[in-house]
Design a protein around this ligand. Structure first.
Ligand code: RFL
Ligand code: PHB
Length: 389
């Protein structure tokens, strides 16, 4: 088989790239290790930056998002019983969209299938070959049968545990990592959200986040120990702990119900450099991970796709490789800023096992400063709605 762009990974990054390229008449094949249902069963991000929302529309998959998504023009930061709002709209003139990763991935799958897009599921043993040459190719197996795809370029959109990043030799690849000493226990429940905006809550017992997907679907998180397993947490224990970590007026208003999903995610900051090796380009979680505190994971994947998409269009339309040549540098410049925001928001709001009284005073002072300082709120808002592409 031959295609122009071979895309490894059928998560949001790979699907969005494939759909955007299709709209410009550029052919691609998406190779996915799992099934469509498996990918859609993963409950992950829920907040889309303005740039991502526009990219979805440009890809022709914005209709359901625009009809069913919720615009949020601010967020709440709580500290014990105290709380204050940060208006995105007042500070940046823009906002964010609440629309689940599951939903947008479903929209992308539907669009690719409607356009007879080439998606191959259950692929095994994916190998990237000759990425440094003019004629790279990808080999893989499905049901024990070997396949080969020849292509011009390869997009490594296969997440943190994929093969694409590992293909870049260690002599070239540089990795930067910070692992945090806690995780997030997340619960999805068919209950109305406790508040119309997200609440990011510092508490003596650890961080909590109140988020949502729609009017009757809530997403809540609490900071937990890395040694915890979801089975250690009954629904009753989870709701009790969440209530103790948010201001009491919200705790009293909280509607609880059975969890329909419960999982633990460890928190990590990770960046690999460079994001290009010959004709292989890394995108999204394959190249970088952020802790979820700033809602940047999926959004940073989208900005990579924006740069790569424009680079590929420039190549196929004008025979100009300038965009592709600048990809790694441009993507990394934005990635590092998202890493900084996610890291600093995590530091601001979580309890650390070895925190001293001094460290706690510093957190308190930073939150106080954010509460009282317009410029600090503006910086927060600019980062949250997303830095320009
Ligand atoms: P994905 O979504 O991981 O998709 C990669 C796809 O590649 C497939 N794959 C392979 N396919 C072929 N061959 C191989 N060898 C392959 N290896 C892997 C996988 O099956 C998968 O379908 O990466 P992508 O597309 O870059 O998208 C990134 C986002 O998914 C990610 O940034 C966010 O979901 C991160 N994230 C969160 N971000 C937020 O902004 N808010 C959140 O609340 C949030 N929660 C999360 C998260 C990530 C999590 N992970 C990765 C464990 C919760 C979790 C649990
Ligand atoms: C979510 O709704 O899953 C969510 C929202 C904001 C975050 C992280 C996760 O910062």
């Amino acid at each position: 088989m031959r295609t122009q762009v071979c895309i490894i990974g059928g998560g949001p990054s790979g699907l969005l790239l494939s759909q955007l390229l299709h709209r410009k008449g550029i052919d691609s094949i998406v190779l996915e290790r799992k099934t469509r249902d498996y990918v859609l069963g993963r409950i992950r991000a829920g907040i889309l930056e303005t740039g991502f929302v526009e990219l979805m529309r440009e890809a022709g998959v914005g209709a359901r998002m625009d009809a069913e998504g919720f615009t949020h023009d601010g967020t709440v930061i709580a500290y014990g019983e105290e709380e204050f709002g940060i208006s995105f709209h007042a500070h940046t003139g823009t906002d964010v969209m609440v629309y689940g990763q599951t939903e947008l991935t479903r929209d992308l799958y539907d669009a690719r299938e409607a356009a007879n897009g080439k998606l191959v599921f259950n692929v095994e043993d994916v190998q990237i070959n000759d990425a440094q040459s003019e004629a790279p190719y990808v080999t893989y197996h499905v049901d024990g049968i070997a396949h080969r795809i020849d292509c011009d370029y390869i997009a490594g959109c296969d997440g943190f545990h994929g093969v694409s990043r590992q293909t870049i030799p260690t002599s070239v690849r540089r990795e930067y990592e910070k692992v945090y000493p806690f995780g997030w226990l997340g619960v999805l429940s068919e209950t109305p959200p406790v508040h119309n905006e997200l609440i990011y809550s510092w508490s003596e017992r650890g961080f909590a986040l109140c988020s949502m997907r729609n009017a009757n679907l809530s997403r809540y998180y609490i900071q937990c120990s890395l040694s915890d397993s979801p089975d250690d947490w009954t629904d009753t224990a989870f709701w009790g702990e969440l209530k103790r970590r948010i201001p009491s007026r919200h705790a009293e208003a909280l509607v609880t119900g059975p969890s329909i999903e419960k999982s633990i995610a460890p928190l990590r900051s990770f960046v690999t450099e460079p994001m290009r090796w010959g004709r292989l380009f890394l995108c999204g979680d394959a190249a970088h991970i952020v802790p979820p505190t700033g809602a940047k994971g999926l959004n940073t994947a989208a900005s990579d796709i924006h740069y790569l998409y424009h680079g590929l269009v420039q190549f196929y339309q004008d025979k100009d490789t300038a965009g592709l040549d600048a990809y790694s540098e441009k993507a990394l410049a934005r990635v590092w800023k998202a890493e900084r925001f996610s890291w600093s928001t995590t530091n601001l709001l979580h309890r650390y096992p070895d925190q001293s009284e001094f460290d706690l005073k510093m957190q308190r002072a930073e939150i106080d400063f954010l509460r009282g300082n317009d410029a600090a709120q503006k910086v927060f808002a600019q980062n949250y709605v997303g830095l320009p592409y």
